[in-house]
Write a protein that binds this ligand. Structure first.
Ligand SMILES: O=C(O)CCC(=O)C(=O)O
Length: 333
């Protein structure tokens, strides 16, 4: 790592570790201070009482493990995220800590600085423009229903699902996001995933297996796909094939919130366009890190550690630097 980047990274780590006084905290008022919900209709396990979700919405999430909120993020914000992604792809900005992913069918010689060669950017916590997504009050209002009022942004992605080349590598195998996360409890974690355009089966919408959030974390590994599979795209080896499937069709700005044990994936992008979505996994401040030794998550930990040993990937911070990269973005009063 060159000296300038190393010292910049160190400054960021120290800022994060320093917490509030060092300016890493963006505090937003939340509903912690308001009066408690007026109804306690039943024992809810996956949602909190804060009067944001209707009874119907709470029951739906409790039963199914996901909830779509229509038209939540404005066109103007989505346009800004799109523009910033394009700037990153053109190498006009290089946010520290960002991981850039490409489809396995793209060879190194084709690595042009263009949004046609980049399929995902991860860990954009140092990109102010993209990180705005994680601080939008309309998103946090719902996140709080699952995490409670003290919210941390743990993992961010802008996914640019490419048109499939015919090798079906644009598919994302069925998985549970908790496989990638060395922290618990799972019920204090939620993903917000916002469609940046109309998304349906033709361009590879999310597919979810409702109710599977009530199960446990299953072993994951690379699927045996003939055409190849993208790096880190682990899938569940064994799941109930008879479980109902829902294809989540969404309009631009619609946002789905889902539980980290919910089994989900996405289909092939059969269109000619790049299908875009922006997402963040949030966790309540009560979450703590766990040691994954001896668990089914050991394989993903090993893979990440191997990746960070490769010098040109020194910026890969997704797992080992999780603790330092967390951003406390919302604090109850
Ligand atoms: O956006 C997609 O196609 C799927 C994303 C996803 O499930 C993930 O990255 O965990």
């Amino acid at each position: 790592m060159d000296k300038d980047r190393a010292s910049a990274r160190l400054r960021i780590l120290l800022r994060h570790l320093g917490g509030r006084s060092a300016g890493a905290v963006i505090a937003q008022p939340t509903s912690e201070g308001v009066s408690p919900a007026s109804f306690h209709p039943q024992q809810f396990q996956y949602t909190l009482d804060n009067n944001v979700l209707s009874l119907e919405q709470r029951k739906f999430y409790e039963e199914n493990g996901f909830l779509v909120i229509k038209n939540l993020v404005s066109d103007a914000d989505i346009q800004r995220f799109r523009r910033e992604f394009e700037r990153i792809c053109r190498n006009e900005v290089k946010p520290l800590g960002l991981t850039v992913m490409r489809d396995t069918t793209i060879t190194k010689s084709e690595y042009a600085p263009s949004e046609r060669t980049i399929t995902k950017v991860q860990d954009f916590q140092e990109d102010e423009e993209l990180f705005r997504y994680c601080t939008l009050p309309e998103i946090l209002k719902y996140v709080e229903c699952f995490t409670g009022p003290n919210i941390m942004a743990m993992h961010t992605m802008l996914i640019n699902k490419p048109p499939d080349t015919g090798r079906k590598t644009s598919r994302h195998p069925l998985h549970q996001d908790l496989h990638y996360f060395p922290f618990r409890p799972s019920s204090s974690i939620v993903c917000a995933w916002t469609a940046m355009e109309h998304i349906d089966r033709s361009n590879g919408c999310l597919v979810v297996l409702p109710g599977t959030h009530k199960g446990t974390l299953k072993p994951h590994d690379y699927p045996q796909w003939e055409g190849g599979v993208n790096i880190m795209f682990h899938g569940i080896q064994d799941y109930d094939k008879d479980n109902a499937r829902v294809h989540v069709i969404m309009e631009k700005g619609d946002t789905v919130f889902f539980h980290p044990l919910l089994i989900h994936g996405s289909g092939r992008n059969k269109s000619q366009g790049f299908r875009k979505a922006i997402s963040c996994h949030f966790a309540g401040a009560n979450c703590h890190y766990i040691d994954v030794k001896g668990t089914s998550q050991e394989n993903i930990e090993k893979e990440v550690l191997e990746l960070i040993r490769i010098p040109w990937r020194f910026i890969f911070n997704w797992w080992t630097l999780h603790a330092a990269a967390d951003q406390v973005i919302s604090q109850g009063k």
